[in-house]
Design a protein around this ligand. Sequence first.
Ligand code: NDP
Ligand code: GDR
Length: 327
Amino acid sequence: MTKNALITGITGQDGSYLAELLLSKGYKVYGLRRRTSTPIMDNIQHIQDEIEFIEGDLLDQGSLHQAVQVSNPDEVYNLAAQSFVGTSWDQPALTGQFTAIGVTHMLEAVRYNKPDAKFYQASSSEMFGKVQETPQTETTPFYPRSPYGVAKVYGHWITVNYRESYNMFACSGILFNHESPRRGVEFVTRKVTDAAARIKLGLQKELRMGNLDARRDWGFAGDYVEAMWLMLQQDQPEDFVISTGETHTVQELVEVAFGRLGLRWQDHVVIDPKFVRPAEVDLLLGDCTQAKRKLGWELKVGFEQMINMMVDSDFNRLKNTLREQLV
Ligand code: NDP
Ligand code: GDR
């Protein structure tokens, strides 16, 4: 029997990979999309005819009730959020509304309209913040360091609370950073791969960056959406850490990206205090032993392979654009 899935955040990086995965498994995919005057559908253009879109917003409870009623989902993936940590200091209250309270709105919509649907919440390694132990596991205490991280802690605990209060199948994936050619250009990996490609093509000279010493555990988004799906195929709801188990500095990321194009990063990277955050998460390194053991989840794409994939994608995209402009 065909399963129905409702994805919030369908236009984002993860939403697009998850939609592809679920469509390949024969799901009927419904995507919650908010109305914008200039819709950006880049990530899902290739599959948009296969998705049933429902207009709605995390802040509009009525639209979420309707989304659940219309889609009648077996599985709900709550990926929508204000997801850029940097912006969360500029718009802390709005980040709280979307990223924290938005989760309660989605849970309420499921509880009232389809309480037996399985619910996935997009929790984050940012919740560990000022880390209390390394590597971080499902039991490591949270100490968020940004309004975004604080909001995600709320989203995480309200999901636990609905599981325990209403016996709902509600769980969270505590996902470490994951990237792809579909990553927004404000995030550090894509900012670097896009800039390296522009510099190589003579479109840009320098790249202004913040803290090069921060360490992150970076994986590939395509691998991570498989973990989301696996979590909802379990008999009992449980939260899992999803990570690579490797950590790299931002400088290493810059070295790999510029190296791919034969560039010396030292000739182009300029440190700009504007990109240094008011409070930093210095080190993230996840231990995903539980996910490997209980979900059978496996990582397929490593750090360097992923950065090279992103550099190649940006380089080819920009080269093609330049070629079209010459014609
Ligand atoms: P993106 O920023 O690429 O996508 C966010 C999505 O949320 C977009 O589709 C956006 O729509 C939508 N959205 C934002 N606000 C609202 C709103 N008020 N109502 C409805 N939709 C809204 O994020 P990712 O795909 O990278 O991440 C997916 C989720 O996973 C997020 O919750 C993120 O916080 C979390 N996460 C991400 C990690 C990562 O490394 N990528 C790691 C851990 C957690 P629009 O296109 O209209 O802006
Ligand atoms: P992060 O991702 O904050 O970890 O959140 P981001 O790529 O923005 O930053 C990673 C690290 O790079 C440092 N950095 C810079 N970051 C940006 N964006 N721009 C710069 O110029 C720059 N220079 C250095 C940052 O200080 C930071 O240490 C991501 C998001 O996807 C969240 O939604 C998700 O929850 C977490 O990953 C896990």
